[in-house]
Design a protein around this ligand. Structure first.
Ligand code: TYM
Length: 328
């Protein structure tokens, strides 16, 4: 059975982009893979976090994983910081990474641009991400398009380690959906939908009330044309909305086009809003139930224990190969 691993940062609200690009695939893959899904709090602190907010967001993201359909009986759902081996292998991986490789990371360039002071953690972030993946010898990494470059670096680091110290790590493959790997902002289809966008009208948060979802979609930017047609280069905004519709209903893009043939954008947006609400409303109900039940603490503890067992074996093998004097 192949191993799947992925993570989401508990920084700000999760969006429909996180759901379509990543979480939805976590749920699908857990049926026939050994899965590890993490709330990557050690990654979140690479930019300043307010402690009370980080704690609340971490609990919220954990509950959202389960609310989205991740079954804790099948998959491990845990906090990255509950498995200390992540930080330790992260350091070992940092020493295998070159400055040049990190300097080329577009996410680092985007996040540090124009900032007066940038934390060193933000720079070495991809080495920690490589450690997350390699600790479990994961085969398949379901992520959105924006993580592709980090995965390429992970593959390079796995190969480098294997070359220097003998074959040990599995070289992981990205699992990037064909449709929905890059859900764009509702107000500007040249930018990806992001929880860090200061304009909340640009994204749909997974916990937005149905009335807010309807309002945001009705205000989403379209074009001066009136055809619901998939053409990402020429009609980026409408194509993005069609992608969301397709992902929320299971219809193909061709079927979406057909369904709205001859209809105006207003009618399309109304149905789109209902399609999104029909996915998010039940998810929100499950989210509230899980948070009230207090069940999450037990799930996180059990999953972290499972994860630590595997992680400890990997870390010991890696240290042995690298030449550390092992405790007897
Ligand atoms: P993060 O927290 O930024 O995003 C979590 C996941 O959501 C995807 N995503 C999107 N997909 C489609 N459209 C969008 N607009 C959109 N926005 C976000 C991301 O691609 C990602 O899959 N570095 C990672 C977290 C991480 C990780 C890992 C992932 C840490 N360790 C190990 C995989 C394996 C990140 O910051 O994701």
């Amino acid at each position: 059975m192949k191993t799947v691993l992925s993570g989401i940062q508990p920084s700000g609200q999760l969006t429909l982009g996180n759901y379509i690009g990543a979480m939805k695939n976590f749920v699908k893959l857990q049926e026939d893979h050994r899965c590890y899904f993490m709330i990557v709090d050690l990654h979140a602190i690479t930019v300043p976090q307010e402690p009370a907010q980080l704690r609340e967001q971490s609990a919220a993201v954990a509950a959202l994983f389960v609310a989205a359909g991740i079954d804790p009986e099948k998959s491990a759902v845990f906090m990255q910081s509950h498995v200390p081996q992540h930080a330790e292998l992260g350091w070992l991986m940092t020493t295998l990474t070159s400055m040049g490789e990190l300097e080329r990371m577009t996410q680092f360039k985007d996040k540090s641009e124009g900032k007066e002071s940038v934390g060193a953690g933000l720079f070495v972030y991809p080495s920690l991400m490589a450690a997350d993946i390699l600790l479990y010898n994961a085969d398949l990494i379901p992520v959105g398009e924006d993580q592709k470059q980090h995965l390429e670096l992970t593959r390079d680091l796995a190969g480098r380690f294997n070359h220097r110290y003998g074959e040990y790590f599995t070289v992981p493959e990205p699992y990037i959906p064909e449709i929905g790997a890059r859900v764009m902002s509702l107000d500007d289809a040249s930018k990806k939908m992001s929880k860090s966008n200061p304009n909340p009208g640009s994204y749909i948060a997974l916990l937005d009330e149905p009335s807010v979802i309807r309002k945001k979609i009705s205000r989403a930017t379209t074009d001066s044309d009136s055809e619901v047609r998939y053409d990402p280069a020429g009609k980026a905004e409408v194509s993005n909305l069609m992608t969301i519709y397709s992902q929320c209903t299971g219809l193909s893009l061709a079927e979406v086009e057909k369904r709205f043939e001859g209809q105006m954008y207003g009618a399309f947006k109304k149905e789109l809003a209902e399609a999104v609400v029909s996915v998010l409303e039940p998810l929100q109900q499950r989210y509230r139930d899980i948070r009230e039940s207090g069940e999450m603490d037990r799930i996180l503890a059990r999953s972290a224990e499972r994860a630590r067992e595997t992680a400890a074996v990997t870390l010991a093998a890696v240290k042995e190969r690298m030449g550390f004097l092992m405790p007897k």
